[in-house]
Ligand binder design. Structure first.
Ligand SMILES: C[S@@+](CC[C@H](N)C(=O)[O-])C[C@H]1O[C@@H](n2cnc3c(N)ncnc32)[C@H](O)[C@@H]1O
Length: 293
């Protein structure tokens, strides 16, 4: 007996999907492939239910309305936030070694797609370990487009299964065990939370709400969602934000060969400024006794 095609709760046409792709791409740079159609239906279907709307057309009209209250929820629903403590672990010994080798203090680090916080907290753990102190001379800025994940990152409470693979010593040093209603969870210690300031930042926006330069920028596993042109625009903007000796950390599948004018490979998916940027900054610094450039 042939099976009846499954009846969907909401009509979801090819043109609805196209419209969603266009809005998302224009606002966030995220490119959705055809294979994401079911995921989009399921995630935005939840928003239709939550808003009481019965068609994707009405929902998208609401999203597109100026100053729409649904805008944030739309973006939050469509981001992919997969992350982990000590993800791509080879980066952290290098971060530690490089930061210790610099004479500059305090150090400034930027995590530019921080998701639910595991990555910037791992950076904080690495710096505490490097300086042998719970108050290392380090400031970490952690940003993301998605306000939901930023709230989770700030709360710093994680279910036990997110940390169970960490060595017991790391757990003991950096986490507190939850009790009462938080039983089965852990919270990152306050000393680590105090090192990080979280804020919303869309890498596609013309104006980024951060200033100054950084000794390291983490931009891991977010460029993959953008096309090459968008990636290049963002990478170019990192150049003046990186100290002459600064490092840029990319994700495991994010080769920056197309940005060779700006960045040179230094190690396994770790980059430094291309030689001509390093040289031009050395010249400016040596001709300016105040070190102003
Ligand atoms: C797969 S997670 C990567 C998290 C972390 N960097 C890691 O490697 O584990 C990608 C993150 O990029 C964020 N993101 C996507 N588009 C963005 C944009 N235009 N600006 C800033 N963050 C963005 C998402 O919200 C998500 O939290």
């Amino acid at each position: 007996m042939s099976k009846e095609p499954e009846q969907k709760e909401f009509l979801f046409t090819a043109s609805d999907f196209e419209r969603i792709r266009t809005i998302l791409y224009q606002h966030s740079g995220i490119k959705l492939s055809d294979s994401k159609k079911d995921m989009v239906y399921s995630r935005l279907g939840r928003r239709l239910r939550a808003t009481g709307l019965t068609s994707f057309q009405d929902y998208l009209a609401r999203v597109e309305r100026n100053q729409s209250d649904e805008w944030e929820a739309f973006i939050n629903s469509l981001t992919t936030n997969l992350t982990a403590f000590f993800r791509e672990p080879h980066h952290f010994p290098l971060l530690k070694e490089h930061m210790l080798s610099l004479r500059k203090r305090p150090l400034r680090l930027w995590c530019s797609a921080s998701s639910t916080g595991e990555e910037p907290y791992t950076m904080a753990m690495t710096m505490i370990d490097a300086f042998g102190s719970y108050s290392p001379p380090v400031e970490i800025i952690a940003t993301d487009i998605d306000t939901n994940v930023l709230s989770k990152a700030q709360a710093a409470i994680y279910p036990m299964d997110r940390v169970e693979k960490l060595p017991p010593e790391t757990l003991r040093r950096f986490f507190l065990k939850g009790s009462g209603k938080n039983a089965g969870s852990v919270q990152v210690r306050k000393e680590l939370r105090d090192l990080i300031s979280f804020r919303q930042l869309n890498l596609l926006d013309d104006c980024w709400p951060i200033s100054g330069t950084f000794d390291a920028i983490f931009c891991r596993n977010v460029l993959i969602y953008f096309d090459k042109e968008t990636q290049l625009k963002i990478l170019k903007r990192f150049v003046p934000m990186l100290e002459m000796h600064g490092l840029l950390f990319a994700g495991h599948s994010e080769s920056l060969y197309h940005a060779a004018d700006f960045f040179k490979l230094r190690g396994n998916t770790v980059y430094e400024l291309a030689p001509h940027f390093r040289h031009s900054r050395t010249k400016v610094a040596s001709s300016d006794p105040n070190g102003l450039s």
